[in-house]
Design a protein around this ligand. Structure first.
Ligand SMILES: Nc1ncnc2c1ncn2[C@@H]1O[C@H](COP(=O)(O)OP(=O)(O)OP(=O)(O)O)[C@@H](O)[C@H]1O
Length: 251
């Protein structure tokens, strides 16, 4: 039994079948990459996991319970956190306040919009948020306004906002998209470091350097279905994958 079990998931948009009988089994503590060409259905699949979309048929079981028929907030409370392609941060607040908000919410549950200002005075919350910023290498910028950060730092901040919620499963949607090679390598190092905490991760990524640096297992999607699955070194040499993913070029 994996921590996440996906069975026979289908999703259509009008006449277009975006997901076609998707099966996935993610082992607890693993880093599971999902790769595939543009339009393969990767984002649609991720959206089905976090409740942004509802599959037409199939089941999604996480940690023994179904993720279907519950709200995105309930999915988050069940221990699933997602880092988006476009970082979802509060651009006009400081980095520290950005991390204080989810730290406070995780400890105290739902809260009113202005309550986080009180959280700022809460020593325990503040220290936890600062510790998290230290973990992702942003502590020196804690008083900067988040909107002024580089793209790489914004993603690092969003990661801190997710990690402070102590997720069991972290979904990373192209975590290095648009980053310089130096920022990409920093992100790989950071993800390796947080990997040591045993959080299960699903990574959707186009950059094969990132995939092969981090993943224990790779699933390849094409035309809405999983066409191959295995260890990164096996996937690299799989002719079906070469064909589907890069039109025959070598990974
Ligand atoms: N909301 C939607 N309405 C209609 N069609 C959609 C919608 N979302 C996705 N699609 C279509 O579903 C298919 C799968 O798209 P999806 O974005 O999941 O692919 P992807 O593998 O994530 O691609 P990329 O790597 O380019 O992000 C595509 O043909 C896309 O045009």
């Amino acid at each position: 039994m994996g921590i996440l079990e996906v069975r026979d998931v289908n999703k259509s948009f009008g006449g277009l079948q975006a997901l076609n009988n998707v099966q996935l089994n993610v082992e607890e503590g693993s880093v599971h990459a999902i790769i595939g060409p543009n339009g393969a259905g990767k984002s649609t699949f991720l959206n089905c996991l976090v409740g942004r979309l509802t599959p037409d048929t199939g089941s999604v079981t996480f940690n023994g319970g179904s993720l279907l028929g519950i709200t995105p907030h309930e999915i988050n409370q069940a221990g699933v956190a997602r880092v988006f392609q476009t970082p979802e941060i509060f651009g006009d607040l400081s980095l520290l306040d950005n991390v204080i908000i989810p730290t406070f919410a995780t400890r105290d549950g739902a809260f009113t919009l202005n309550a986080w200002k009180r959280a700022d005075q809460d020593k325990e919350v503040r220290e936890k948020a600062e510790h998290m910023l230290e973990d992702v290498g942003l502590i020196e910028k804690k008083d900067f306004i988040a909107g002024s950060l580089s793209r790489g730092d914004k993603r690092r901040l969003e990661l801190a906002m997710c990690l402070v919620q102590n997720p069991k499963l972290l979904l990373l949607d192209e975590p290095t998209a648009g980053m310089s090679r130096a920022d990409t390598n920093n992100t790989i190092d950071l993800l390796k470091r947080i990997g040591k905490r045993g959080i299960t991760k699903i990574i959707i990524e186009h950059d094969m350097h990132v995939v092969f640096s981090l993943a224990n297992k790779v699933s390849v999607m094409a035309q809405g279905t999983v066409i191959a699955e295995g260890l990164p070194e096996d996937i690299k040499g799989d002719p079906r994958v070469q064909e589907a993913y890069l039109g025959g070029a070598h990974l």
